[in-house]
Design a protein around this ligand. Structure first.
Ligand SMILES: [Zn+2]
Ligand SMILES: [Zn+2]
Length: 569
């Protein structure tokens, strides 16, 4: 049994206890255990075997017994009993934006609501507004959140899909005669969420590759199988299609199944103009003889086109990106922006974040902990800001590597659009990311006005996660992007591309247009621990998808030039 499964069981217990209304200390001990186990690299099963569970902070007698039972028997009587007290689907209700365990408890007690369907029906019947703590307005919000969930149904976040796809590709390379294995589809195009994973493999012996794929231990269910194409659903719920083609067809299949449909239409039209025919099997002359290309670049060349990176193949930029721009790459990034530390709600110290950032090849780190209004995440009071700055000064003085830690802040944008400190305090930061974290209930006009007011603050360097969306969970507020971009360009304020795969906000669809108007961007991992620094790859993918070049991205600058951005205001 892996740590994720054990952590999930602990979290489920905590949630069920909360719905039941149990004592908060008991609830917290389970949720803390869940969080700790989720982050551990040592398998819990090993600790159980070696009788070392008690070494983990926060694991006492009761938890030790339960975890041991779960690991050794695969079941946990206590959890089963708790689950038995409620409908099986009750925890699904927590996926609805705005519903926490307390609300779920109230709805279950008053109306017996135990599933998303129950909830929808009760809202539609106007029953939810009658429950204590609810109102007609809240009922409407729940209906909107349910509609959002339904629309997102069956989609997966980019990071989940990438990690899964990479594991499958590695497995096929190691366990089958495939000579090439690549991710295709919307995942290769770096869409922010995907419905499934498409893999293209090349092999002379296609049967052996298919056999290996269907035997991958992560496969839960085979939907269809054949010698060249099989479809399955994995244990984590993601559908996967694998196609195996002859090696000489590989680049054409990869191009075709990477899509998008719109891009393929453009390419086929281009081929037709040259009296050629392009499909997933090859590129053919009128007499059906084929032009052999070894890779996608050669196919584009044969069509008289520059190679278009997969991220841009959406049917949007095919004609106006000539000559082709050099998209930003990982190697262009010198600065790590938007990171939290133990000073607010991060899990690692500034020194740990700095070491990890340096090891990843970056030259500087902008620490941006939360500001004072974000009390729930231990936001910094002015006194604590000064203490933090002293720590950063000491770190920089002791560093002999030239690596720099910069004093930044993620300042809340308050309801009226002002920032969270006075000017004297704000002046002390090298970089101020201004973000909305509260009062999400705004009309588009209100949200736009609030953010523009923050942009006009002379101390703002960048706007954090523009819409506050959480992919697959929360739509975020709407803003008038054109107006906000105009204000940012006029005031020399950048936009963050928040690289946390739950956000990927600002949306890539706005990036190119904003860049053409003169906007600049900062890619921020919004890392709350060392592992979160790796989010950068998703932000870079999104920047590329928005057709951004290194000159559009502030953290491609060296540290001195980066600091000028703030001083230039
Ligand atoms: Zn934030
Ligand atoms: Zn943040």
């Amino acid at each position: 049994m892996d740590n994720a499964t054990i952590a999930q069981a602990m979290n489920d217990i905590a949630l069920l206890l909360e719905i039941k209304g149990e004592n908060p200390f008991k609830i917290r001990s389970y949720s803390n255990a869940g969080q700790t186990i989720e982050k551990m690299s040592t398998p819990i099963a090993v600790l159980v075997r070696e009788n070392r569970l008690r070494d983990i902070e926060g694991i006492g007698d009761a938890l030790e017994k339960k975890i041991t039972e779960l690991v050794t028997t695969g079941e946990l009587e206590y959890l089963n009993e708790l689950r038995g007290q409620y409908p099986k689907t009750i925890l699904d209700l927590l996926k609805v934006d705005g519903l926490g365990p307390k609300s779920v408890k109230a709805l279950y007690k008053a109306l017996g609501i135990g599933s998303l369907d129950d909830l929808r029906q009760a809202c539609e019947a106007g029953e939810v507004r009658e429950v204590q703590g609810f109102s007609a307005k809240r009922e409407q919000k729940i209906l909107a959140a349910l509609a959002f969930l339904e629309k997102q149904g069956g989609k997966f976040r980019l990071n989940t899909a990438w990690v899964t796809a990479a594991a499958l590709c590695a497995y096929l390379v190691d366990n089958s005669p495939a000579t090439r294995v690549e991710v295709a589809g919307s995942l290769r195009r770096f869409k922010e969420t995907v419905k499934d994973i498409d893999i293209i493999a090349a092999a002379d012996n296609t049967d052996e590759v298919m056999k290996a794929f269907l035997g991958w231990p992560e496969v839960a269910r085979v939907v269809s199988s054949g010698p060249t194409k099989s479809a399955v659903v994995l244990k984590n719920g993601i559908p996967v299609d694998v196609r195996v083609v002859a090696p000489n067809q590989f680049p054409y299949a990869l191009l075709h199944f990477t899509g998008s449909k719109e891009h393929n239409v453009v390419l086929r039209r281009r081929a037709a103009e040259q009296n050629l025919k392009l499909n997933e099997y090859g590129l053919f002359r009128e007499d059906d003889t084929s032009l052999q290309c070894d890779n996608e670049t050669e196919i584009y060349q044969a069509l008289g086109l520059p190679f278009l990176p997969p991220e841009l193949r959406e049917g949007l930029y095919e004609t106006d990106l000539c000559p082709p721009i050099q998209l930003v790459t990982q190697n262009d990034l010198l600065g790590m922006a938007h990171c939290h530390s133990t000073w607010s709600d991060g899990k690692n110290s500034i020194a740990e974040m700095a070491d990890a950032t340096r090891e990843l090849g970056y030259h500087y780190l902008v620490i941006t902990d939360h500001s004072q209004s974000s009390v729930y995440v231990n936001g910094l009071t002015p006194e604590r800001v000064l203490e933090q700055h002293a720590e950063i000064d000491a770190l920089n003085e002791s560093a002999d590597t030239g690596f720099r830690v910069l004093k930044g802040i993620e300042s809340d944008i308050l309801a009226d659009g002002s920032l969270d400190y006075d000017s004297d305090m704000l002046r002390q930061f090298a970089f101020v990311i201004a973000s909305v974290h509260s009062n999400f209930d705004m009309t588009e006009a209100e949200a736009t006005k609030r953010i523009i007011r923050a942009i006009e603050n002379p101390f703002t360097s960048a706007v954090g996660h523009l819409t506050g969306r959480l992919l697959l969970t929360r739509a975020g507020y709407t803003v008038n992007v054109d107006k906000v971009v105009d204000a940012a360009v006029a005031n020399g304020v950048a936009f963050e591309i928040n690289a946390n795969p739950r956000r990927l906000d600002m949306d890539w669809r706005h990036l190119r247009r904003a860049a053409e108007k003169g906007a600049r961007f900062v890619i921020g991992p919004d890392a709350h621990r060392v592992a979160g620094l790796r989010n950068m790859r998703y932000g870079i993918g999104i920047a590329r998808k928005g057709a951004l070049a290194p000159e559009h991205v502030l953290n491609c600058l060296g540290v001195e030039e980066f600091l000028q951005w703030r001083k230039g205001r």
